[in-house]
Design a protein around this ligand. Structure first.
Ligand SMILES: NC(=O)c1ccc[n+]([C@@H]2O[C@H](COP(=O)([O-])OP(=O)(O)OC[C@H]3O[C@@H](n4cnc5c(N)ncnc54)[C@H](OP(=O)(O)O)[C@@H]3O)[C@@H](O)[C@H]2O)c1
Length: 286
């Protein structure tokens, strides 16, 4: 197989690379020559994914670090490990995400969907920014969001869904948070040094719907017939992470490798700033 290797020498970080879209994203980046650090939650799944990637790519370009990204201390600890071992990062793909059928909280008492899908992205990015800024060439941040963001607005009076919880709505709000975070981060970054963009991968046949019992397994199995493959689902993540065509793209939202307009709620700069301030407070970042 003759695979182009435009990412030789590039150092990437991908979260949630043990399954679904993240696993394919990681494999494609490794195939293109990158060295990829994957942050995964489960050691066994990390080992299995590493073996599978080695076997299919014939390369040893992937290293797994274990961390539960719904736990802010674990995010801090893995960011510290990455920062000690690598002098720069060229590409960060924030991909790890989940849906939770019942309201759950992390050890800090933060609602799990918000903690994993939004604060995990926010804190890991903030902690790795010095390493992204240290890249010899312009580095990239890619945030995996979703079209699900179009269905909701953020309720700043109940960001933790304490008053009422519905798993799907909490998920939609967390994906809106991904877009507001992308917008506010884009405003704060120097795009000549670091760019940030978000994307919708499509409706992809992964296990996200059943992993945390949002949907009955049979319903999810049926729904998956309408879905695209994880290979197709990873295409826009890989495009934003690697293509020269989007070297200048910044603060945009992509679907099927094309920029599209997100919902009006995702373009609300006041909400973006407010979410940023709340996230700073909750994570203790300055
Ligand atoms: N599938 C879709 O149709 C779809 C549509 C729109 C957007 N998305 C987005 O795409 C991204 C990837 O989703 P997917 O469909 O590929 O889901 P998936 O197959 O369930 O994979 C999710 C990945 O995230 C990891 N993860 C989950 N919770 C974690 C935690 N607490 N700490 C660290 N890693 C954790 C999982 O690790 P484990 O292997 O340990 O569980 C897995 O590697 C998500 O951000 C999702 O919101 C998906």
């Amino acid at each position: 197989m003759n695979v182009a290797t435009p990412l030789i020498g590039k150092c990437c970080v991908v979260t949630g690379g043990t399954g679904g879209i993240g696993l394919v994203t990681t494999r494609r980046l490794v195939e293109m020559g990158a060295d990829v650090i994957v942050v995964g939650r489960d050691t066994g799944r990390c080992l299995a994914a590493k073996l599978a990637i080695q076997q299919t790519t014939g390369r040893d370009g992937v290293e797994f670090l274990q961390a539960d990204l719904a736990e802010l201390d674990a995010v801090r600890s893995v960011a510290e490990t990455i920062s000690k071992r690598w002098d720069h990062i060229d590409i960060l793909v924030n991909n790890a995400g989940g849906m939770f059928g019942k309201r759950q909280t992390n050890s800090q008492g933060l609602e799990m969907t918000f903690a994993l899908n939004h604060l995990g992205y926010f804190l890991l990015t903030a902690l790795l920014l010095p390493k992204l800024n240290a890249a010899p060439e312009r580095s990239r941040i890619v945030n995996v969001a979703s079209e699900a963001h179009r269905r909701v607005k953020l309720d700043f009076d109940d960001l933790q869904s304490e008053k009422s919880y519905r798993g799907w709505l909490a998920y939609c709000r967390s994906k809106l948070a991904n877009l507001l975070f992308t917008q506010e981060l884009a405003r704060r970054l120097d795009p000549q040094r670091v760019t940030v963009n978000a994307l919708h991968p499509g409706f992809v046949a992964t296990d996200i719907g059943v992993r945390h019992s949002l949907m009955p397994a049979f319903a999810w199995w049926l729904a998956k017939f309408a879905a695209i493959s994880p290979e197709q689902g990873a295409a826009t993540s890989v495009y934003l992470a690697s293509s020269p065509e989007v070297a200048d793209a910044h603060g945009l939202y992509f679907r099927k490798c094309k920029p599209v307009k997100p919902s009006p709620a995702a373009l609300d700069s006041e909400a973006a700033q407010r979410l940023w301030d709340v996230s700073v407070r909750l994570t203790g970042m300055t």
